[in-house]
Design a protein around this ligand. Structure first.
Ligand code: FE2
Ligand code: FE2
Length: 169
């Protein structure tokens, strides 16, 4: 995250995406290797990742999507649906991660949910950058981009989230 906001709003969102991807890559590795007891590391990693993803979605929706809805309503709605799906998956995942001694069946569900959570969240990043951000960069006036950047930066720098958590990677 830059020391102070400058440039388009999409710059901040892309930077946050890179942090989220580091966490999603860790989750993908855990899912792939699936060690004898993946639970301790999976619990911590999903919890940390989800704090950041949730915060990212919150500013994206409240500030960026709100401003873009008038121009690219359909695309914004599609991105919101993906966020909703990730939230749903995170809820299931968190519930299963709280089970003290999961059965074989629950372990299978856990692995499947972990993969789906990781892949939908990663896909959302990809589609945003490929479609929505590209359009915004082309069509939104620079002053509006800068203003949205400022609004999102203030929220996240006040929460200190990305600075602190990204440093733990
Ligand atoms: Fe998103
Ligand atoms: Fe995003």
């Amino acid at each position: 995250m830059p020391m102070e906001p400058s440039g388009p709003a999409t710059r901040l969102l892309r930077e946050e995406h890179r942090t989220l991807e580091s966490w999603l890559d860790q989750i993908a590795r855990i899912q792939r290797d699936w060690l004898a007891d993946p639970l301790p590391v999976l619990r911590v990693t999903v919890e940390e990742a989800w704090v950041l993803i949730r915060a990212h979605y919150a500013i994206e929706e409240a500030v960026f999507f709100s401003a873009l809805r008038a121009h690219f309503g359909e695309l914004v709605e599609k991105m919101e649906d993906q966020h909703e799906r990730v939230r749903e998956l995170a809820g299931h995942l968190e519930a299963l991660l709280r089970v003290p001694e999961p059965s074989v069946r629950e372990f299978q569900d856990l692995r499947r949910l972990t993969r789906e959570f990781q892949s939908v969240a990663q896909h959302n990043i990809l589609e945003e950058e490929r479609d929505l951000f590209r359009l915004a960069d082309r069509l939104l006036p620079a002053a509006e981009q800068q203003d949205l950047h400022q609004q999102m930066w203030e929220r996240h720098s006040a929460e200190g989230l990305f600075g602190v958590r990204a440093a733990r990677l």
